[in-house]
Design a binder for this molecule. Structure first.
Ligand code: HEC
Length: 150
């Protein structure tokens, strides 16, 4: 009996510690912008979720990319640039030589055309307002209009 109690309490302890660790992880990322200066909007939070689910594997969590393989989306002249070009490369993918911040890349980005207009607007808004980029938000209507023209 004593032994079962002991086992149960260590299980309980383990579970509590597990909870504490998983909570501290969400606190670490928090709901703050990259530079910690403000709370992320609802749209940016959605965008961050899209980014971490579909883009992080190649472009990395902080957007710095992988040298000679995956270009950075952090402080990127592409991310800060033309919205039509951005929607196009997400919907249709991108391949062939490109120059990002003066460095050449020649890889293949697969099309991410399963994303909804909402998700594309959110991920672009998140990226253009964070990761060292300073550009305007992108609305769902804008993505919808551009997508029909592609
Ligand atoms: C399988 C890897 C991969 C995934 C996943 C991926 N990309 Fe890319 N991305 C690339 C590569 C490779 C290029 C450069 C293509 C070339 O060289 O022509 C690129 C280029 C870009 C560029 C233009 C250049 C720059 O660095 O600013 C943007 C913006 C971009 N990706 C955004 C995204 C977004 C947003 C997602 C998620 C919805 C995403 N990518 C998912 C591999 C990936």
């Amino acid at each position: 009996m004593q032994e079962i109690k002991y086992k149960l309490s260590s299980l309980f302890l383990f579970f509590t510690m597990f909870l504490m660790f998983s909570c501290s992880d969400t606190q670490e990322t928090g709901n703050l912008s990259d530079d910690g200066s403000r709370e992320l909007s609802e749209v940016e939070l959605n965008g961050r979720k899209v980014y971490r689910t579909y883009c992080l594997a190649c472009h990395q969590k902080d957007g710095s990319g992988v040298r000679n393989m995956y270009p950075p989306v952090r402080e990127s002249d592409w991310v800060e640039g033309d919205v039509k070009r951005l929607v196009d490369l997400i919907v249709n993918g991108l391949s062939g030589p490109i120059v990002v911040n003066g460095e050449e890349y020649n890889g293949v980005m697969p099309a991410q055309d399963y994303l909804t207009d909402d998700q594309i607007a959110a991920v672009l808004t998140y990226m253009r307002l964070n990761m060292g980029n300073k550009a305007s938000e992108v609305t769902t209507e804008e993505v919808n209009r551009i997508r029909q023209e592609l």
